[in-house]
Design a protein around this ligand. Structure first.
Ligand code: ASP
Length: 594
């Protein structure tokens, strides 16, 4: 038997029992003839002791050990004289009577410690060693618990977990597809799903009125910190529902996860905000108040429109702008010249693109701004009133066109939130954003694209605009779509779908597909809708992202056991890689281009 217990299991009550443990050597210490070994497995660390009286062969075995050797040890559980209350097994140790080396190990290329000396690239190559470290272990375990609780909750709500295929048909809309050549049908390709969207809608037609799946999706996009070419969604769909029921059902899922996963993970008994209904904001309000469709509402600092107050007073920059907006940074009136210069440089970076930054401090003498000479003290006082700035606060203003200024203020707001420590990792602020525009005009291709996807339903009250042929009308059509946002991260998105084939046909028309084109790409779904499609809607959550936000991390990579790097490579496997000629021939792919 390799082990009777794990390395995280033994306690003071086990004192006196004979046990066998197996694991990896975390640390070895020799103190005056006695050797202490920290033995590690997934569950924890247990201290082994080899006494100075131990037989010679035992000491000889110990002499051969090194870090990360795999060993098995038998011995008696003793109460420790020197207790370590930081670890669960810290009150006991094992006095070893037998020790076996199960496998030797080379010295690992970086230390297997919470704070390691290995760089990101090196750790990615040896991902299986990195996964031995506690921070990653915690992340992977959090992910497991999340998945488990998602299944618990959705099953309790009558959802069925149904798998959908991975080799499907390319429907180029949204991101680029990954494709797989077919050997049996040469010259033809499967696509990997960007999401199981059409399958889940077909399941609704099939009568499985509550579906979910924790499912791998593939999108061939340029990567960012929170994107991976393959990622996991909690994909869900419901029939006979309106938006309200969808939001309530998944608010229930989020609350369940907050309670059953997060509180435990944070060692926090409860989070009062999770008993309240989640706030809801329309897309238009989110943009107007936060300059973003995924606002971080852990802190206030809403954007204020000061256009009418700031314009027409002789300050040319404001006078020539379409829009002047401000945020109020609480308690930041004492920002130094240097800090303000630094912020000005920050907003001028190309990513933000502002031309400059105007500020006003609310101090005991009144409101003191960088553009004092153009405004009367009363006018400046009005800025303070409008933004809700009080003594000790700092007003920051940007101007330009409305859309770009709101976006820049939104970015500045997040930056100030960071600088003022208002975006705490253990504070969670969920939010629904709804009523997104249905369509987005693309100047380059001179056509509309679906902002969500082509199956999203327009709001009933906008149907007449939806049938209009004017671009301005179509631009104003609202989608019955919603996003779930947590701490400024878009965690989920979904919509009430089109279930009427005439409306669906119109949607394809608006998107510029000819009848035959629509038929070629989406014929299966158009057809299915002729056989009694129920009203339906759903949502999909980015599972990796949700785990990362719960874990307080910016990047989803830590929450994926074997992720890809920024260029979409798996540096451990060294994939993607060439395939040999024979394989290429079999697939009917010309090798001359490679
Ligand atoms: N399939 C959509 C997506 O992946 C989500 C949904 O509408 O349910 O974004």
């Amino acid at each position: 038997m390799y082990r009777t217990h794990t390395c995280g299991e033994l306690r003071i009550v086990n004192t006196g029992s004979e046990v066998t443990l197996a694991g990896w050597v975390q640390r070895l210490r020799n103190l005056g003839g006695m050797t202490f070994i920290d033995l590690r497995d997934r569950y924890g660390i247990t201290q082994l002791v080899i006494g100075d009286q131990a037989p010679v062969d035992l000491h000889q075995t110990v002499d051969q050990l090194g870090r990360e050797f795999v060993i098995k040890a038998k011995g008696i559980v003793l109460e420790r004289s020197n207790k370590n209350l930081k670890i669960d097994t810290g009150e006991i140790e094992i006095l070893v009577s037998e020790l076996h080396i199960l496998n030797a190990a080379q010295t690992p290329p970086f230390t297997i410690e919470d704070e390691t000396d290995g760089g990101e690239e090196l750790r990615a190559v040896y991902r299986y060693l990195d996964l031995r470290r506690n921070p990653l272990k915690r992340a992977i375990m959090l992910r497991h618990t999340m998945a488990h609780e998602v299944r618990n909750y959705l099953s309790s709500q009558q959802f069925l977990e149904i798998e959908t295929p991975v080799l499907i048909k390319s429907t180029p809309e949204g991101a680029r597809d990954f494709v797989v050549p077919s050997r049996m049908n040469q010259g033809q390709f499967y696509a990997l799903p960007q999401s199981p969207q059409s399958f889940k809608q077909l399941l609704m037609v099939a009568g499985y009125d509550r579906y979910f799946q924790i499912v791998r999706c593939f999108r061939d996009e340029d990567l960012r910190a929170d994107r991976q070419p393959e990622f996991t969604q909690i994909d869900c769909e419901m029939a006979f529902v309106e938006r309200e029921e969808v939001l309530n059902t998944f608010e229930g899922l989020a609350k369940h996860l907050f309670k059953s996963v997060l509180c435990d993970y944070l060692h926090h008994p409860d989070h009062p905000q999770f008993h309240q209904p989640f706030p809801r904001l329309s897309y238009a309000d989110a943009k107007r108040l936060y300059g973003s469709d995924k606002p971080d509402i852990r802190f206030e600092m809403k954007i204020c429109d000061l256009t009418s107050l700031a314009k027409g007073c002789g300050f040319g920059v404001f006078d020539s702008a379409d829009f002047v907006g401000a945020i109020c940074a609480k308690g930041a009136a004492d920002y130094t010249r240097k800090q303000l210069d630094d912020l000005t440089e920050w907003v001028k970076r190309p990513q933000i693109g502002a031309k400059g930054l105007v500020y006003a401090r609310v101090v005991p003498e009144g409101v003191k701004s960088s553009v004092d000479k153009f405004y009367t003290p009363e006018a400046l006082q009005q800025w303070a009133e409008e933004t809700g700035a009080q003594q000790g606060d700092l007003i920051l203003m940007l101007c330009g066109t409305e859309r770009t200024t709101l976006e820049a203020l939104g970015a500045l707001r997040l930056e100030m939130g960071n600088r003022l420590g208002l975006r705490k990792k253990d504070h969670f602020a969920p939010l629904w954003v709804y009523d997104f525009p249905l369509l987005e005009w693309d100047n380059e291709t001179q056509r509309f694209y679906a902002m969500h996807h082509p199956f999203t339903s327009p709001k009933p009250q906008d149907l007449s605009k939806f049938y209009s042929n004017k671009k301005e009308d179509l631009e104003q059509v609202c989608a019955n779509a919603y996003d779930f946002v947590l701490n400024g991260v878009e965690i989920g998105g979904g919509s009430i779908r089109i279930h009427d084939s005439a409306v669906q046909k119109r949607m394809f028309e608006v998107l510029g597909f000819s009848d035959s084109d629509a038929d070629y790409r989406f014929g299966f779904i158009i057809n299915a809708f002729k056989y009694g499609a129920p009203p339906h809607g759903g949502i999909a959550f980015g599972f990796d992202r949700w785990c990362a936000v719960f874990g307080g991390s910016e990047s989803i990579r830590d929450y994926i056991a074997f992720p890809k790097n920024n260029s979409g490579r798996d540096v451990m496997l060294d994939a993607p890689s060439r395939i040999d000629e024979v394989q290429m021939k079999e697939l009917g792919i010309a090798s001359t281009t490679i």
